[in-house]
Design a binder for this molecule. Sequence first.
Ligand code: GLA
Length: 738
Amino acid sequence: MSVTLKPNLIDVDEQQLIFHLHNEQISYILGVETGNVLAHLYFGPRVRGYHGERRYPRIDRGFSGNLPDTLDRTYSKDDLPQEYGGNNTGDYRQPAAIIKAANGARTVDFRYQDCRLEAGKPNLTGLPQTYVEDEDEAQTLIVTLVDDVIDITLELAYTIYRDRPVITRSARFINQSEEMVDLEKAASMQLDLPTQPLDAISLPGSYARERQLTRQRLHRGVTQFESRRGGSSHHMNPFVALAEPQTTEFSGNVMGALLIYSGNHQFSLERDPIGQTRLTVGINEYNFDWQLTAGQSFQTPEVALVYSTDGLNGMSQAYHQLLRERVARGQYKNELRPVLINNWEATYFDFDADKIQSILDAASPLGIEMFVLDDGWFGHRNDDNSSLGDWSVNRKKLPAGLADISKRTHDKGMRFGLWFEPENVSADSTMFKEHPDWVLGVPNRGRTLSRNEYVLDFSQPAVVDNLFEQMTAVLDEVPIDYIKWDMNRNLTEVYSPHSVSDQEGETSHRFILGVYDLMERLTKRYPQILFEGCSGGGGRFDAGLMYYMPQSWPSDNNDPVERLRIQYGTSLVYPISAITAHVGTSPDELLGRSTTMAMRSAVAMSGTLGYELDAAKLSAADREAVQQQVAFYKQHRRLIQYGTFYRLESPFESNTVAWMFVSPDQKEALLYTFVILGAVQPEPHITKLAGLNPDQNYVEEATTEVYGGDELMQLGLYTTPVQTSDFMAQIRYFKVQD
Ligand code: GLA
């Protein structure tokens, strides 16, 4: 029997102590420098091997100190590119770790000790992460560093996938000493990049204006992208890309760093005095202080690094595949996502069984596949001032209970979904009255209210257990196919009434671990339920959540013009299958802007489609339009949800926006173009397609015109019809000619 051995993904030069992680696409190289300092050598397009002089250019840089154990004045940790910098030992750049020892010193100096290789990828207990399905698809290098004065071991894990331009990194601290130390900062990774001009691309935003793609040149000093809000936040997504200035959507080098975590995060970029850039990524050091007792370890969350030589689209496509295939789990990860209708903007809190029945009656003939009962079905909640925490049905509104609504929905041939907000509690609730100590808060201080809610202390296992019991009581009794998991505020007074006083700095991370614990238990127990994440729209649209929930609500903003930007920015990292998008009313509920049905539906059909309106109130024309949209969407949803997505023209740069979807075999494509504002004298606009097979001919379904793939990509197509009115949208379907 002959066995074909797959080539090794990691070379270790034991003489020179050089480690080379490589696949067909990328290489990542690190090595041990003088004094056993772990140096960074390279991350970029694949090289066959490393033959370079591994010492960095040495020069006596005044006021940059030298290692205590060497006499070399040309060698300094202050300018050496490193893999994980310490603190207070001569490297003045942002430290990756700050550890306070028992004697009060915050001095950290990690040196190389040894390394080991593992097949596949080790599991990070209790945290979301990338995974392998087969040990052969990845290999992991674990480099052990040690600070032998404070007796802390640091294990840096590097995993390389065989068929993806992806390296994942994380760090684990092990306290080998007899005393407790305080981890005051514990980044997941550091990367020291050589001197070169770089643009940082980030995704800042706000409520109803999430992930606004922003690009800025990095100048000297520290640029920080972070969240201190207890969640990954609307305000700054846990992602940053570093691009060469000439990099575009289609060409040029770019690397991305994505933190797989839903709590406070910090991406720090320091361009040092000689132009090198240090990137550190991890849990935010703000309000963080982890007491690492003797013998204990602390595992950081993981970062997924992607390197693309094909511009931003190349990077995004690698992330889309990784998140879909090796972060999302469960039966829905590859399944076509149902078209849903949600009653939130149709009824808000004002509904009863009859009202729901009227929506069901109107929605099912339209081909809509699922009804989601949003906020307001529990406790005595008639507005957003009460009842969070009391997860039993409001019999005044729904006298026959949830089972009746579930049955009515199923009787219409639709699936039934339900809204929860497990992490918060209303002051006006039985839970708060009975367990005031289950809420985050600092003794003798008022608690900040937000949407009239308090945050439950998920760092307490008893709280997580209670939510598990309350939710399973509902889910065991009522046939439920989908859950929308909301979280409608940020954390304040982050202090657990049950923690020992000086463990305050652990609470925000323990909170997120508690949230993950509940999500893990529920998603395991109900594999048939499709979970959708939500946080006041897209306040927690992150890769951590995707490990438990394969889709998320990106924004409460359904206005299609605003949504173009939100979805365009979101697609920089997150796959289309994960981005839910609903057709709302015109005028829009939040903004009040009137737009065309064509625009609203084309934007929503660019993601996982749903409706956020009262189906019973649709005009005859809109009813027909919705029916056609749903039929068209069902016909093409595999291509939309799982095809290769290309951003063509940006809503951040122009009045015409375009994107497209191509099937993996390049036999089908959908082109979407949007013209936001009309003009009396519209400029002719050509959109060039991408990702097609240049040697094939494609037939456009609507016109039966035939075009070469090369023609569509090189000559492009005029935006037609030339229209002088606002909010034009067009979807064009192409298929390879038989
Ligand atoms: C958040 C969600 C909305 C809706 C409301 C209900 O704002 O983003 O979609 O579920 O909560 O209170």
